[in-house]
Ligand binder design. Structure first.
Ligand SMILES: Cc1cc2nc3c(=O)[nH]c(=O)nc-3n(C[C@H](O)[C@H](O)[C@H](O)COP(=O)(O)OP(=O)(O)OC[C@H]3O[C@@H](n4cnc5c(N)ncnc54)[C@H](O)[C@@H]3O)c2cc1C
Ligand SMILES: NC(=O)c1ccc[n+]([C@@H]2O[C@H](COP(=O)([O-])OP(=O)(O)OC[C@H]3O[C@@H](n4cnc5c(N)ncnc54)[C@H](O)[C@@H]3O)[C@@H](O)[C@H]2O)c1
Length: 494
């Protein structure tokens, strides 16, 4: 039986990161993958959907410019766009695979191995690997990291066939733009695909929202901008509506909604996308005698260690945030915990996120919704993009910056949200400050490049310190600098 210091199951972002970190400790490591290297970080997930989003955004802006100059709009070819997404997937997947391959002729040749197959724990040290042709092999591991990810949650009453009624597993395999599509679930995946398909201008998108607004975890002012843009691109948002029936009829999708007031309506569309959350992949991953503790949300771990001392769990399989950066963080942390001692604690409070909508929304730390849920009083400063020269130069000033700090003299940064162009590139300085437990003074004085969106963040900080270029009292509606105590706002006067 082959023996390894570490066996990692699943070659998505978290398993791949764990494997590579183990090599830094010069440990003999086996990585097992049953499907595609890269997991949902590449295919039917992060990279593929972001490529669709980039192409949709470019198309939307191209079409807008053509209209502006009164030029004829060309046909948008679905196949060409889909092929471009495939090229992006192949590029990234190829790179991850080639890297593994090249390891064989590097200083890591004796350390790293990769096997294609489905893994199952027979005991807390033995892993059975079954290849596609049925060939089985059992290997021994001192330590095991489970990184088998997640898959879309199904609603059993819906006829999901991945052709007419799809999840994120099927949506990228369509053959043409549907003329209409309903999306069930107004969370991140639902709203990103609503943005993508409405952006190409070929699909009438319907979005079913259980509550009175999309993205229930997000601040109302952010959601307001996103909803307005979606509706301006023709998205029909069914608010306060419950899906009570969905059927495939003559190759199309018929669905019925019941609204909060008890009334009902029937709709007919070409396709449906179901995006109501994801569930962890742990079925059949271990023999029952291994007995790893799980909850409905995933494996309950103690800083990546399961209740079985030599078995760790990372990424989407665990009961916490499901993101590529979080999976990689956990993968690396687990290895450091097993073979060394991590230099820092595993914290989730300061994770940077981006939602790929119209416009993009990026953030780090707490938003106002979370601060209020935690009964935290805070100072909050907002600045409209129309005050930022770079946004003016881009001829698009839609968006704003919102910075939350503690309601005391230290003004430690609690969180930052930016909605607008370049939001994702602008948040990182603040993410670093939060991570370093620094206050805002450093940001106020550091010379920023001009013109840049980050100058807007600097102006927010200066507003909090009472030394901004523009004064919130004069530019009401574009700037605000307030306290929020027990959920009630009051202007800060200097
Ligand atoms: C549509 C979509 C868009 C997303 N966009 C973003 C984004 O913009 N930014 C972001 O940060 N995150 C995004 N995510 C989330 C992100 O993709 C996941 O959080 C991330 O991929 C999780 O990584 P993972 O390694 O834990 O799991 P996965 O990526 O799911 O990888 C797990 C791997 O394990 C393999 N596996 C499973 N069981 C076995 C077994 N028994 N034996 C061997 N191998 C096995 C699977 O085949 C898979 O390759 C998105 C997800 C989706 C679905
Ligand atoms: N840009 C990003 O970082 C990004 C992009 C996509 C996905 N992701 C990750 O993938 C995860 C899964 O995304 P998701 O959108 O599937 O989940 P989600 O939890 O973000 O949203 C699910 C939505 O479905 C709704 N819902 C649940 N049951 C429903 C029902 N029966 N009928 C109608 N609506 C229902 C919920 O109210 C919620 O709004 C995210 O939590 C995130 O971690 C991240």
């Amino acid at each position: 039986m082959n023996r390894y210091d570490l066996v990692v199951i699943g070659a998505g972002p978290s398993g791949y990161a764990a494997t590579m970190r183990a090599l830094d400790f010069r440990k003999k490591t086996l990585l097992i993958e049953r499907n595609l290297v890269g997991g949902a970080g590449v295919v039917n997930g992060a990279l593929s959907s972001k490529t669709w989003w980039e192409l949709s955004r470019e198309t939307a802006s191209f079409l807008k410019n053509l209209k502006r100059f009164n030029l004829q709009v060309p046909t948008i070819n679905y196949k060409e766009i889909q092929d471009e997404v495939m090229r992006a997937i192949d590029e990234r997947k190829g790179m991850l695979e080639e890297h593994l391959q090249l390891m064989k002729s590097s200083q890591y040749a004796d350390l790293v191995s990769f096997k294609q197959g489905t893994a199952k724990l027979l005991s807390q040290n033995e892993i059975e690997i079954t290849q596609e042709d049925g060939t089985r092999e059992v290997v021994w591991a001192d330590y095991i990291i489970l990184a088998t990810g997640s898959r879309p949650r199904y609603l059993p009453e819906l006829p999901i066939d991945e052709k007419s009624v799809m999840t994120s597993e099927g949506i990228e395999k369509m053959e043409d733009f549907p003329e209409s599509m309903v999306i069930v679930g107004a969370g991140v995946i639902g709203c990103e695909y609503a943005t993508i398909f409405s952006g190409f201008g070929k699909t009438k998108v319907h979005l079913i929202d259980k509550g009175n607004r999309i993205l229930p975890f997000e601040d109302e002012d952010i959601v307001h901008v996103i909803e307005r843009n979606m509706e301006n691109s023709g998205v029909l948002i069914h608010r306060n509506s419950r899906l009570i029936r969905m059927e495939i009829k003559h190759g199309r999708v018929e669905y019925e909604l019941e609204y909060d007031d008890g009334t009902k309506s029937v709709f007919n569309v070409e396709k449906a996308l179901v995006a109501v959350g994801r569930i962890p992949n742990y079925e059949d991953l271990w023999d029952e005698k291994v007995d790893i503790s799980i909850s409905k949300r995933g494996i309950e771990d103690n800083d990546t260690q399961t209740n079985i001392s030599n078995i760790y769990a990372v990424g989407d399989i665990t009961a916490d945030i499901s993101l590529v950066n979080v999976g990689e963080l956990e993968g690396r942390y687990a290895v450091e915990k097993i073979f060394g001692s991590p230099e820092r604690k595993l914290v989730y409070e300061n994770i940077s996120t981006i939602m790929f909508l119209n416009p993009e929304v990026a953030g780090v730390g707490l938003n106002e919704t979370q601060a209020r849920e935690k009964n935290i009083d805070y100072k909050v400063v907002t600045l409209d993009y129309s005050c930022i020269p770079r946004a003016i130069a881009k001829r698009n000033t839609q968006g704003f910056i919102k910075l939350l700090v503690t309601n005391d003299d230290h003004m430690k940064i609690l969180g930052l949200k930016i909605i607008g162009n370049h939001a994702s590139s602008a948040i990182q300085a603040v993410a670093l400050l939060i991570w370093m437990n620094k206050g805002i003074e450093e940001l106020a004085e550091c010379v920023h490049p001009h013109p840049s969106i980050t100058e807007g963040i600097q102006e927010c900080v200066r507003m909090l310190l009472g030394k901004s270029l523009f004064k919130p009292d004069a530019l009401k509606g574009k700037l605000s600098c307030r306290t929020s105590m027990s959920g009630v706002y009051a202007d800060i006067r200097f």
